[in-house]
Design a protein around this ligand. Structure first.
Ligand SMILES: *[C@@H]1O[C@H](CO)[C@@H](O)[C@H](O)[C@H]1NC(C)=O
Ligand SMILES: *[C@@H]1O[C@H](CO)[C@@H](O)[C@H](O)[C@H]1NC(C)=O
Ligand SMILES: *[C@@H]1O[C@H](CO)[C@@H](O)[C@H](O)[C@H]1NC(C)=O
Ligand SMILES: *[C@@H]1O[C@H](CO)[C@@H](O)[C@H](O)[C@H]1NC(C)=O
Length: 301
């Protein structure tokens, strides 16, 4: 009996980690859900919103903002992102990281669909100069599809540049996630890794929770994974990664996963619903990102 309890002990311990951040997906229908992410106790230390400027609700809170240049601006000499981040720093904001393009290797489902050449030019103009201000640069966040790492390799060739960390997106099982991260690590051994979108999408609750547990234990244990942000922070009935992956129920209450992610105990709140599973879902991020051009699509449901 004692041995059995000992064996079970690690599995039932609620885990806590400063690596956790929020992928902020605003809900125009339920704006009051925002306060869930600001209510203590919470493990969240940082957030991003796919945009260059902070979300008003998180200004002057404990969450550190990480700006992202989601896609390429239309003008070839545009420096909006660069200027925006510089002016935030000049105004006293603690910006120590930025994120490159969102899923540039995908043109659907939230991907920014950019050629590696255009991405390289844009990176060198809008992002690379920030390093001179002490900002760490996150590589473009490609999908977990095999084409993602090909895109990234071609991008680095085209820009003749380096990133300080490599963001990873993953929608699939734990074995696939661990193997993908191994592949990224082999290709970029000198950079740390951020897992900026991940979930087991469209599966039953038990498997989804098991995946969540295994992945957080893994991320917390591996030193070179310094940040991670679960997808995602929305209600189950509008989730495009399946209702069971959501951190909130259809009624806006924390699910077990949502509560565990904040470093708390299970709530027992069972999520229901989920926005339709997309045809051709391949187990990776190409079709699942909810945000188009920086506007929360989930919020418009
Ligand atoms: C700024 O953020 C970094 C983490 O990214 C943290 O280590 C540092 O203490 C923060 N600085 C201030 C002045 O808050
Ligand atoms: C790439 O950048 C390095 C400096 O970082 C420079 O020495 C080299 O000439 C560049 N190569 C090309 C092809 O621009
Ligand atoms: C990693 O860094 C080491 C030491 O700076 C360097 O020799 C090596 O070429 C780098 N590897 C890659 C793949 O950039
Ligand atoms: C996940 O971990 C929690 C404790 O953090 C535990 O209560 C739960 O049983 C675990 N679920 C699965 C499916 O592993």
């Amino acid at each position: 009996m004692a041995l059995l309890l000992l064996l079970l002990a690690p599995a039932v311990r609620c885990t806590s980690s400063p690596k956790r951040g929020l992928v902020y997906v605003p809900s125009t229908k339920h704006p009051a859900d925002d306060k869930i992410w600001l209510t203590p106790p919470s493990d969240l230390t940082w957030y991003y919103n796919y945009q260059s400027t902070p979300s008003p609700v998180f200004v002057d809170t404990q969450l550190q903002f990480v700006p992202q240049l989601w896609g390429v601006p239309s003008g070839i000499s545009d420096t909006f992102f660069l200027d925006s981040v510089k002016s935030q720093i000049n105004a006293g904001a603690n910006i120590t990281y930025v994120l490159g393009f969102n899923e540039p290797d995908a043109s659907t489902g939230g991907g920014s669909g950019i050629s590696t050449d255009l991405a390289a030019q844009t990176w060198n103009r809008e992002i690379a100069p920030l390093r001179g201000l002490g900002v760490k640069l996150g590589a473009p966040a490609v999908t977990g599809a095999p084409s993602g790492l090909t895109w990234l390799r071609d991008f680095f060739t085209a820009c003749n540049c380096t990133a300080d960390f490599i963001p990873v997106h993953w929608y699939g099982n734990f074995e696939g996630l661990a193997s993908h991260i191994g592949e990224v690590r082999a290709a970029y051994p000198n950079q740390t890794i951020w897992v900026t979108e991940y979930a087991l999408a469209h599966e039953n609750l038990q498997d989804t929770q098991k995946f969540y547990n295994q992945s957080s234990e893994y991320f917390d244990r591996i030193d070179y994974i310094t940040h991670y942000s679960y997808f995602g922070s929305f209600r189950s009935d509008v989730s495009n990664v399946g209702g069971n992956a959501a951190m909130l129920t259809q009624d806006g209450k924390l699910t077990d996963i949502g509560s565990w992610y904040l470093g708390r105990d299970a709530t027992g709140n069972v999520p229901k619903g989920g926005a339709g599973k997309k045809d051709g879902f391949g187990g990776w991020g190409a079709v699942v990102v909810a945000v188009v051009a920086g506007i929360g699509a989930l919020g418009m449901v």
